[in-house]
Design a protein around this ligand. Structure first.
Ligand code: NAP
Length: 277
């Protein structure tokens, strides 16, 4: 089976490649923006036609939510047109497409875990562009897997690394305690994506680790695990005004996994414990 991963130098792309490398019978094609810019429709069509992948996993995205607010055109190109190009090119050769999406498609103002059947209402440009990406993928290729995740960390820049770095130069850190979500390891997400493909379990899926916490609680756990003594104090989102509106409560329930082949993700505390070892 030939698998093409786009955005392969990102956090998720790296972990997926690592896990697929351990499997037999998989030919991996790893690309990033310099080899395959997903916003270029002609390049995407010719690359896909030449390489004939069975599966395309799109890990490319503009994930800087603040930048999306100012670079709106770039955000639509990467997060909406990119997935559109890939889904269509895959469909032309009968290949499957995996699109990774986000909890930011929800408004996040309802205090209950969100399932795939709940109404979307993105509040930021990032969320809007990712939702439109989902819609193109769904409409352009019946063999699709759309996987929404959240608070992702792995091999790359992420919240965990930021907090560890900040702890080196600060005695006290203020962290927001009025946004809830679920930190998710790229290890768990990659396992689920690989299983979805193996099972040919098409459709829309939520995939985060289990449980929930605030950014403050997440930071406390990171520092506890690393034995870091930097003091962490609670603050509210309005103390750090930022251009992109963030969902207050965006805990995702992996309901479609529960209803189909089962949810193999770990609790977020177990996953971060392993990551920080
Ligand atoms: N990170 C999170 O907390 C989070 C939360 C929810 C959902 N997600 C979703 O999960 C997926 C993976 O996220 P991640 O954290 O692994 O992202 P990431 O680390 O930011 O990686 C994204 C990769 O895409 C590449 N890229 C950007 N524009 C491209 C283009 N036009 N063509 C090809 N590649 C391009 C980037 O290259 P450069 O670095 O050179 O630009 C980077 O290597 C994304 O779909 C994201 O929206 C992430």
């Amino acid at each position: 089976m030939i698998i093409l991963i786009t955005g392969a130098n990102g956090q998720l792309g790296r972990e997926l490649a690592k896990q697929y490398h351990k499997k037999k019978g998989i030919d991996l094609i790893l690309t990033d923006v310099s080899d395959l810019d997903i916003t270029n429709v002609n390049r995407v069509n010719s690359f896909v036609n030449e390489n004939k992948p069975d599966v395309i996993i799109n890990c490319a995205a503009l994930t800087d939510v603040e930048k999306c607010e100012t670079e709106i055109e770039m955000a639509y190109k990467i997060n909406t047109i990119g997935p559109k190009n890939l889904a269509s090119a895959a469909n032309q050769i009968g290949a499957e497409i995996i699109q990774v999406s986000t909890d930011y498609v929800f408004a996040g103002n309802v205090n209950k875990p969100l399932t795939e059947f709940d109404e979307v209402n993105p509040q930021s440009i990032y969320g809007k562009t990712k939702l439109q990406g989902e819609i193109f993928v769904k409409n352009l290729n019946p063999k699709h897997y759309i996987v929404r995740t959240a608070w992702l960390y792995g091999d790359g820049d992420n919240f965990v690394k930021n907090m560890l770095n900040l702890s080196k130069t600060n005695k006290i850190l203020k962290v927001v305690n009025d946004q809830k979500g679920t930190p998710t390891s790229t290890v768990d997400l990659s396992k689920v994506i690989i299983k979805l493909v193996e099972d040919k379990n098409y459709g829309l899926f939520h995939c985060t680790c289990k449980g929930e916490c605030t950014w403050y609680e997440f930071t406390k756990e990171i520092f506890r695990l690393k034995g870091i003594t930097t003091e962490v104090s609670r603050c509210n989102t309005n103390e750090f005004p930022r251009p992109a509106k963030r969902p207050e409560y965006s805990v995702l329930r992996n309901y479609m996994l529960e209803l189909t082949t089962g949810d193999i993700t770990r609790n977020w505390k177990e996953a971060i414990g392993e990551y920080l070892k």
